[in-house]
Ligand binder design. Structure first.
Ligand code: NDP
Ligand code: GFR
Length: 312
């Protein structure tokens, strides 16, 4: 089978650059959207140029330029979006809907992967304010995709390692705690962690796979399903130091939202669902989904010890 031609939107972002890297590594003809809004962002330009040097095609179009976007989409088989989900929320929703419009009009796309890469929004109908905006917007994009009958795959990537692992799941820092660690409840709720490069690898594995057609692919490999306590124990073993543990009851953790800025209020809601409810692991994957490490046993996914070791 011919390898599909891929267009990556958001290709210089935190997630998108890893999807671009995986697409090139897996031998796909890879295009990356280069937005004229780049302005003087020299780091973004440097990254685009390094992808070009590695064989990517840079396709110029603004998300506000429907005709240029349709033309860009017509040159490929698969479109992967990794547009920002953390900042400028409503603005981002509009831009992603414009991308869906372009994919719909182009009419040639064999698979569309919207920017999800986290908790499964379809399972977050009960999510708390204000964090539920993340899931409501992702569901709105799903509705547009499904109404337009666009073939798709949704990627549920769970907790990105660099955001959750070295800090032992602490909020407000990305570095390992030195003396004490806050533990959510009893610390025994199971969470799924994913190395970000592996998110790219599995995402690209899915794009030509009929088993992933119109399904949700959960990146939830067995050895990366760990409780906060198990993660802390790994770090204590590696560092040879024992941390003081402070347990926070769920209601107290939720109450801490008051007075925080918007991004952290969103974060507290997400952390509550992940670490108190167990929303990443409290369900079985059914007919509308598959688990990535079962589909692709050949991928040697990164274990969390390896992620932690870099921070010693
Ligand atoms: P980034 O914030 O790195 O942004 C990705 C890209 O979005 C940018 O590179 C840019 O594309 C585009 N973008 C950003 N702002 C604008 C704008 N105003 N107008 C047009 N384009 C814009 O995104 P992330 O990688 O952090 O997020 C991608 C996905 O991953 C989201 O859905 C997010 O929810 C999810 N995520 C999941 C995490 C987890 O733990 N599971 C953690 C973090 C994110 P360009 O390259 O063209 O400039
Ligand atoms: C795990 O799934 C997701 C995670 C998701 O589906 C969407 C967004 C995220 C966010 C997290 C929760 O909002 O990406 C990273 C993390 C953001 C965050 C980290 C927010 C506030 C913090 O203080 C923080 O400290 C590490």
């Amino acid at each position: 089978m011919e390898k599909s031609r891929v267009l990556i939107v958001g290709g210089t972002g935190y997630t998108g650059r890893r999807i671009a890297k995986a697409s090139l590594a897996q031998g796909h003809e890879t295009s990356i959207l280069m937005r004229p809004e780049i302005g003087l962002d020299i780091d973004k330009l440097e990254m685009l140029m390094s992808f070009k040097a590695r064989g990517a095609r840079l396709v110029e179009a603004s998300l506000d330029d429907h005709r240029a976007l349709v033309a860009a989409v017509k040159q490929v088989d698969v479109v992967v979006s990794a547009m920002s989900g953390v900042h400028f929320r409503s603005h981002n929703l509009m831009l992603q809907l414009k991308l869906v419009e372009a994919v719909k009009e182009a009419g040639n796309v064999k698979r569309f992967i919207p920017s999800e890469f986290g908790m499964d929004p379809a399972r977050m109908g009960h999510a708390l304010e204000p964090g539920r905006v993340t899931f409501d917007e992702k569901m709105e994009i799903r509705r547009a995709i499904e109404e337009a009958n666009i073939p798709h795959t949704y990627i549920s990537a769970n907790c990105f390692a660099a955001y959750f692992v070295p800090n032992l799941c602490q909020m407000g820092t990305l570095l390992p705690p030195k003396e004490k660690v806050l533990i959510y409840g009893d610390g025994n709720i199971k969470v799924a962690f994913m190395n970000e490069d592996d998110v790219g690898t599995y995402t690209i594995k899915c794009i030509d796979d009929p088993r992933a057609m119109n399904k949700t692919i959960y990146l939830r490999p067995p050895e990366n399903i760990l409780s906060q306590n198990e993660l802390i124990a790994k770090w204590e073993k590696l560092s040879g130091k024992v941390l003081e543990k402070i347990h926070i009851p769920g209601d107290e953790f939720l109450a801490s939202m008051e007075g925080m800025d918007f991004a952290n209020q969103v974060g507290v809601g997400h952390y509550y669902h992940i670490f108190y409810e167990g929303c990443l692991t409290n369900f079985d994957i059914r007919d509308d989904g598959e688990e990535a490490s079962l589909l692709y046993p050949e991928v040697q996914y990164t274990r969390m010890d390896e992620c932690l070791k870099r921070y010693l």
